[in-house]
Design a protein around this ligand. Structure first.
Ligand SMILES: [Fe+2]
Ligand SMILES: [Fe+2]
Length: 202
């Protein structure tokens, strides 16, 4: 497994997270009230997995080396990918600020939360596709096997620093988010999940 395979694999978990979040946003849009624990886990996954575990590998290893190797020709694109990471963090902060008010019944905070969850979701989905379809293929073509092996060492060091349980913890968060929605929304949730699988199958 190469470092790019690892990133693609991490994107699978991010996609699972986004699928669940997308269902939650839909449910919220039709009047559903998202539980506190679900919102907390949404933030936790973003902080623990996206911003720390995943983005470090992209920004400080792959993007950095890719920009170097391309001799400045793709710098604007790399800057724009980094800006997307940054914008994601800004949305997460805005989401966090609205949670208490939303849970206490504030309509203003509900609207803000709904808006920022939507922006965050759309941004992450577009960003992930851009990496999968443009940057990862470019990285596969650009780096030699020896360079890829060197990056693998960097990845391992970073994973050891964060703690080997981070990935399993993050997978559990996504599973718990799913269970929470299923518990609160029952059939309504199941219908949305079935719809999603149908769209994917086509
Ligand atoms: Fe990224
Ligand atoms: Fe990514």
């Amino acid at each position: 497994m190469s470092v790019i395979d690892i990133l693609v694999d991490e994107h699978r978990l991010v996609r699972k997270y986004l699928d669940t979040l997308g269902i939650a946003i839909d449910l919220m849009g039709t009047g559903g009230k998202l539980p506190k624990e679900f919102l907390e886990k949404t933030l936790d996954f973003s902080n623990t997995f996206l911003d720390t575990y995943h983005h470090y590998k992209e920004e400080y290893v792959i993007f950095l080396k890719l920009a170097e190797k391309k001799g400045g020709t793709i710098d604007p694109q790399i800057v724009s990918l980094r800006e997307q990471h940054e914008r994601g963090r800004t949305f997460v902060k805005a989401i966090a600020r609205s949670i208490d008010g939303y849970l206490e019944g504030s309509e203003v905070q509900r609207a803000k939360l709904f808006e920022n969850l939507g922006y965050f979701y759309q941004l992450q989905r577009a960003h992930l596709n851009r990496e999968n379809h443009v940057f990862f293929p470019m990285a596969r073509k650009t780096f030699t096997e020896a360079e890829m092996e060197g990056f693998m060492e960097e990845f391992k060091k970073e994973e050891a620093r964060l703690g080997p349980e981070t990935l399993a913890y993050s997978e559990k968060l996504v599973a718990q988010m799913d269970t929470q929605l299923a518990e609160v929304f029952g059939d309504q949730y199941q219908e949305k999940r079935v719809q999603l699988e149908k769209v994917r199958a086509h």
